[in-house]
Design a protein around this ligand. Sequence first.
Ligand code: FAD
Length: 566
Amino acid sequence: MGRKILIIGGVAGGASAATRLRRNAEEDQIIVFEKGPHVSFSNCSLPYHLSGIVKNAEDLVLVDTEIFLKQYNIDVRINNEVIAIDRENKQVIVKNILSDKSYTESYDKLILSPGAAPIVPRIPGIENVNIFTIRNVVDIDRLNQFVKQSNIKDIAVIGGGFIGVEAAENLRKNNYQVSLIEGTDQILRPFDYDMVQILHKEMTDQGVDLIVDDKVSCFEKDKVILASGKEISASIVVMAIGVSPETRLAKEAGLEIGTTGAIKVNKNYQTNDSNIYAVGDAIEVYHALTHSMTKLSLAGPALKQARTVADHINHKSTLNKGYIGSSAIKVFDYNGASTGLNESLIKVLDMKINYEVVRLILSDKVGLMPDAAPMHFKLLFEIPTGRVLGAQAIGKGDVTKRIDIIATSIKFGATVEDLKDLELCYAPPFTTAKDIVNYAGYVGANLLNGDFKQVNVDKVRELVESNSAIIDVRERGEYARGHIKGAKNIPLTELRDRIDEIPKDEPVYLHCRTGQRSYNATLALQNLGFDNIFNITGSFLGVSFYEYYNDKRLNRESIVTEYNFR
Ligand code: FAD
């Protein structure tokens, strides 16, 4: 006689748990309750309906109730909301939303995968605007229909997280006037401030009115009023300031809630009631690098947790080493990916960790290939162990390959020495013979050895303003086309003949286009007896990207005579 297993929520975690349970055992009765009209849809593809990349909203639904029944013998009940859990009697109370009738269903095991709901704060005047959120197929269909039918022009997206940025991009692709309003000084927190400037620039280049460091103070008819006093015209508002875990059922049933406000579970995703499991956006998980509990609204972890639960229920061995948070995003022509720790997270959590940063800009494939493009790469590693802690990559090419390698390396406790040694696939259309990940290992190991000193692009403005000695080692023509104000041009090809022009009594900061030639110059000068030489990582290209958006936004004087983005 099989067991009766109930699942609350029929999308990422819920649908995965159900099918894995069925693969594990044929005799169990499995019922999935979903309060919405669809199960198993691709949440992550929802924004792409706004641009028409996903043409029909129905295509977002991957598996329907009939397939669940016929292929898996799983009873999926859409439009059925679980309104209470009665732990004492091991049953749930369910409301059929269409008939408004309630009924009970008993369980041997119960799995919660109710997800997280978009946060809609009570901002004054909110009743004056058409507010939309994006969580499911109904939401995106409603937004898309409204946008198309009401002949609107201006849309404000509030919140620069993944969903906000993706919504803004896909709406902009349909030629709407899109403003993206972010309360902090940057969008997309998985990227550090220095890296995200590339994406800030891309958003504005593509015509999105990106506003950072300004909060919504109130709404008026067809208008968003910001704390700065700025008025943004908007016929509709997409609210994407974040999500809040769906914990009401758990709380009311006396299940423990963790310090983050999400449901607390053990390493097998059992709540404090061993017959009740919870997975996905509703739970908190252990972060293997920060050693603290965190909320992780990502599809991959939800699916893996669901599989673990199904296996644990069926007495199979499971493994849970914690999470490091890997994510990717497309922002118009750029791709971004990140994993593990970044500098801002280390600061926010006040982590007592000694680390160093490798910042590289290298071609993502052999330069002869027509679509070769610079890839911006940032690696964090621990000192003195060299243990890899995290990385971010932004470029037009395959950033996810590089970040996936780093994510894998972190999982296996790799060091920068290991990155040097990785044997990766190579052919000119894909990458370079030594991949950027290998280079990150080389530079990291050099830094660990104390072979050279560096400063990052975010320090260059300070250097310019303090009249520091900056030497541009690019060729004369490159310098003439644009350079850092006050920088002296001594091309690498002339360096050894012009050694007398380099000061010995103060720090000297070298740069080229990306940091490679200036690294060679740094070592040459060190070998010639200079001991106060710094390489500017990211160099002129990095400085141009780092400065551009804020130069325009703040209308401040540029520190370069001309930018260079190629
Ligand atoms: P969900 O998949 O949200 O499923 C929860 C379901 O439970 C909901 O359908 C809800 O209606 C139902 N439910 C809640 N309460 C009840 C109840 N009481 N009774 C019955 N049913 C109930 N992640 C990535 O990794 N990459 C991406 O690119 C990405 N893009 C995203 C884009 C968007 C627009 C959104 C919204 C999310 C995106 N995510 C992405 C996040 C990812 O989709 C979630 O992390 C994942 O879906 C979480 O799975 P879950 O099962 O916890 O919740």
